[in-house]
Write a protein that binds this ligand. Structure first.
Ligand code: NDP
Ligand code: 2IT
Length: 448
């Protein structure tokens, strides 16, 4: 879809020129600007205030050397990133991705998405993202600790509980957050809620571990119900087998669905009887193993090399929870042909633009990442609140708030889509609703 609005078309050209070699960032910006066409038409005041030009440019980008020594005594050098994208509605907030594919363009796309996602949560959080091309896979705990300490030895001067609050993402879980928190506390001599996703003994929130996966299912449930459907009796395919995939599997199963597949970057498992989550948790959370090992405990299941073909498994609902661009146009066509009724994104930007076009052509329900996976950062926001008041809430209290937030996010997407003449297009609704709150704040604060 080409932009019809000349002002936005020119802006997109500028963004492309200014950010060469960053296709994921351009992809994320293109989708948002396409959704915002009716807003630019209806709100000349926001155009005049330069909000569109300003929102596509990060407020600050930090890149730094991360040197550390491996178990063989060899010096290793990684590159660290923190992109502080937008602080109009609150301190920068967003995760840290540790994966060999990380470069500036990945962190910028994630930081840009985070602005709108955080706005949708209704909590006061700006958008940011960070990470490194460090690969935690196959590293010892001691190596991971040395990397995390070195990473934080530079990052600490740029973050703080009222400035920028990082958290987990791919490759960053409780272990990494713990090491980073320890180093931050040592360098600053301050015990503050500077990271979220912390351990429960030092300021972490109950239900943060479950939040993204649970939130994804709460959002999907709302979307299904609004369209006369439910999880009950449905077959679900989930990609990934990390934090988001595991707790999405748990909640979808609790809501009456049967999850039949999970994957990692090597391949996928298919268990027609329904995934046994205790087996997956043991492999992934306890032993840090590979999804293939599921067959050792459940020999009746199948394992297939390569993760792409997971989308050829017939399902009613697909929940991509691994990584960006994991469903392309071709995979989306197969999902549609097999009768899939809904796709909701646990991962960030897992559907290519071609895949999204296929969803709409086939009248499939589509829950976009910045709405559907906002439960993780929402509970991070609740962790910040608990840290500020130096109290901790019960699991039920946090989970109840999460459910209400996901309901309100769906309602915001639904009503913005209707208001701007795109009923049922929750992607446009999410982009518009997320944008408007930040845009009003940016306009009110002047040209900064
Ligand atoms: P984890 O590191 O816990 O798990 C990531 C999972 O995705 C693993 O199974 C991993 O397989 C797989 N994966 C990662 N990269 C690739 C790749 N390039 N190709 C194929 N598979 C891949 O991360 P999370 O579960 O936390 O994150 C998953 C997604 O959810 C990401 O897109 C993240 O940005 C998003 N997200 C996470 C939130 C959170 O709170 N954690 C919040 C909102 C969104 P392998 O082990 O083989 O690498
Ligand atoms: O993509 C995301 O929203 C996250 N990785 C969670 C960010 C957070 O600050 O909890």
């Amino acid at each position: 879809m080409a932009l019809k609005n000349q002002y936005l078309a020119d802006l997109l050209e500028t963004v492309k020129k200014r950010n060469p070699g960053e296709p994921e960032f351009i992809q994320a910006v293109t989708e948002v600007l396409e959704s915002l066409e009716p807003v630019a038409e209806r709100r000349p005041d926001l155009v005049e205030a330069g909000v569109f030009e300003r929102i596509v440019e990060p407020e600050r980008q930090i890149m730094f050397r991360v040197p550390w020594v491996d178990d063989n005594g060899k010096v290793q050098v990684n590159r660290g990133f923190r992109v502080q994208f937008n602080s109009a509605i609150g301190p920068y907030k967003g995760g840290l991705r540790l994966h060999p594919s990380v470069y500036l363009g990945i962190i910028k796309f994630l930081g840009f998405e985070q602005i709108f996602k955080n706005s949708l949560t209704t909590l006061p959080m700006g958008g940011g993202k960070g990470g490194s091309d460090f690969d935690p896979k196959g590293k010892s705990d001691a190596e991971v600790m040395r990397f995390c300490q070195s990473f934080m030895t530079e990052l600490y001067r740029h973050i703080g509980p009222d400035c920028d609050v990082p958290a987990g993402d791919i490759g960053t879980g409780a272990r990494e957050v713990g090491y980073m928190f320890g180093q931050y506390k040592r360098l600053r001599n301050e015990f503050t809620g500077v990271l979220t996703g912390k351990g429960l003994t030092f300021g972490g929130s109950l239900a943060r571990t479950e939040a993204t996966g649970y939130g994804l299912c709460y959002y999907t449930d709302e979307m299904l119900k609004a369209n006369g459907l439910s999880f009950e009796g449905k077959t679900v395919v989930i990609s990934g087998s990390g934090n988001v995939a595991i707790y999405a599997t748990q909640k979808a199963t609790e809501l009456g669905a049967k999850v039949v597949a999970l994957s990692d970057s090597n391949g996928y498992i298919y268990d027609k009887d329904g995934i046994k989550l205790d087996v997956v948790k043991d492999i992934k959370e306890v032993r840090r193993g590979r999804i293939k090992e599921y067959l050792d405990a459940v020999p009746t299941a199948e394992y297939h090399e390569g993760c792409r073909n997971i989308w050829t498994i017939p399902c009613d609902i697909a929940l991509p929870c691994a990584t960006q661009n994991e469903i392309d146009g071709e995979s989306a066509k197969i999902l549609a042909k097999n009768g899939c009724k809904a796709v909701a994104e646990g991962a960030n930007m897992p559907s290519t633009p071609e895949a999204i076009a296929v969803y709409f052509e086939n009248n499939m329900l589509f829950g976009p990442a910045k709405a559907a996976n906002a439960g993780g950062v929402a509970v991070s926001g609740l962790e910040m609140s608990q840290n500020s008041e130096r109290l901790s809430w019960t699991f039920e209290e946090v989970d109840g708030k999460l459910k209400n937030i996901m309901k309100s996010i769906f309602a915001a997407c639904d009503s913005a889509a209707k208001e701007y003449g795109m009923e049922g297009n929750y992607m446009a609704g999410a982009n518009i609703a997320g944008f408007l709150k930040v845009a009003e704040a940016m306009k009110a604060q002047g040209v900064v």
